[in-house]
Design a protein around this ligand. Sequence first.
Ligand code: MFK
Length: 538
Amino acid sequence: MTGGFLQDPPRLGNTYQDDPLLADLLARELPATVAAELDGELRTLGELAGGPLYAQSLRERTLEPVHTAWDAWGRRIDHIEVTPLWREAQRLAAVHGLVAAGHEPRLGADARTWQFAAAYVLGPSLDLYTCPLAMTDGAATTLRDHDDPTLAAYRARLVSRDPAQMWTSGQWMTERTGGSDVGGTETVARRADDGRWRLSGTKWFTSATTAEMALALARPEGNPAGSGGLALFLVETRDDEGRLRGISINRLKDTLGTRKVPTAELTLDDAPALLVGEARGGVRAIAPMLTITRTWNAVCAAGLARRGVMLARDYAGRRRAFGALLADKPLHVDTLAGLDAEVGGMLALTMRVVRQLGAAEHGDGAAAARLRWLTPLAKLTTGKQAVAVTSEAIEACGGAGYVEDTGLPRLVADAQVLPIWEGTTDVLSLDLLRALAAPGAVASVRAELAESLATVTAPGLTAAVEAARALGERALGWLEATAAAEREAGARRFALALGRALQLAHLAALAQWCGDHGRSDHAAACALRLAGHPCPHP
Ligand code: MFK
């Protein structure tokens, strides 16, 4: 018989209702009728996320996708069986429009806010099903720009709300020769006499390989080396009888985290494909997909970090040590406040990107120009923060946080992919520099900071305003004082400092609005906390 002392596991409530910062942001950004309608939807999703889905994900902790290459009779089948929660996630994603909502005209420029608020609330309980959703959304956005009825029919599948109709899409870029450096792609596209294209080569990382289609880069025969010689293709993965079309799955990757995502190495052997756009300029053609998947990455980073803080905070209300609850220990409370502030900054910056995306897609040219540098900035900043915050969150649960069957270590293992997927921190820091080299781009960064800070007048927020201004000016001052050819080594430090400055500025503006409108003081607490710790590495 053991002693009577048992540890109480951390629990989740309604993950939307327990997140006042999101509600404050949405109340500020959306028309009242849209905010009220979305509030109802998010309550439903928050209940699902904190209740049955979280319980299912803990129950299924050890289940993983299984690849069966051959059937008992020697036929190559390459079947991938995903986990039950992934199957449920597919249904929920369709029904709740996690892709579709962002593309529906009904909400105009608010559509993306609706979609990504839903993804932020539900995503952390979907066992990384957000990965295929991100790529699906990216593909739907890329195909939208092409006036072609065949491509439009594929796109209709991607944005369907009917689980029986909705398809997901992969994004096949990465090869052994070219990970970040996509120009090294070796996959060849050959055009047969009948005009049809076929792809041959090896794709070294394909995430969510159960997708019904993929957008892939390949080099049409005779095209020059380098990224300019690549073209974009649509591959429908299986035929009417479910057989892969010129594709074989070599193996699933044995990854650190994202264990529920069937990430595979593929061989393409004359796989039939449709050309998307022209037979060159594939990187430029796939850029809309990168913008969308990088936005999803930031949303999921904020969601996963919030999940970690929610669990750590709940645990602090249950765990007694040294004669008191952790929640009554000033040092622990201070640690949690620091994590809360990081997530606040992540959410404020990410939702800014989401708002600009919605505006850009509805004709706002200035928003489109800002998005070009805001997207890599938000992606790289939040990716780093997600790892740091989830690491601290599991530490806040002590040894339990390090024990696999509490489900807590998965947070940090999954978060670790976020600075890597869709462009590493260094690659995106360089992308940011390229984006800021465009005429007017640095001025638009200054305007972004100044416009947010100009709204902040409350004396209690002065420290946040001053910290944002000083950090922003220091970063931009470095950029302007450094010759373009000399900037590379400082690119990451510049990017993280600028990301922090913008997080502070957007939090301060939100805090001001909340103060003026009788909302929570959550944004103010986050802004002041970050102002006291302006170091971009949390
Ligand atoms: C939780 C959910 C998260 C999402 C999950 C998704 C899972 C999927 C996992 C993956 O597939 S991860 C693999 C993702 N791979 C990458 O993100 C590649 C990272 N590397 C880069 O981003 C490089 O910067 C890049 C490949 C784009 C560099 O290629 P290039 O050809 O050397 O770039 P270049 O010459 O700068 O750009 C070519 C054209 O594309 C230019 O246009 P022009 O031809 O008109 O001059 C660029 O302006 C344009 N371009 C490049 N990046 C762009 C862009 N346009 C808009 N936005 C961008 N970000």
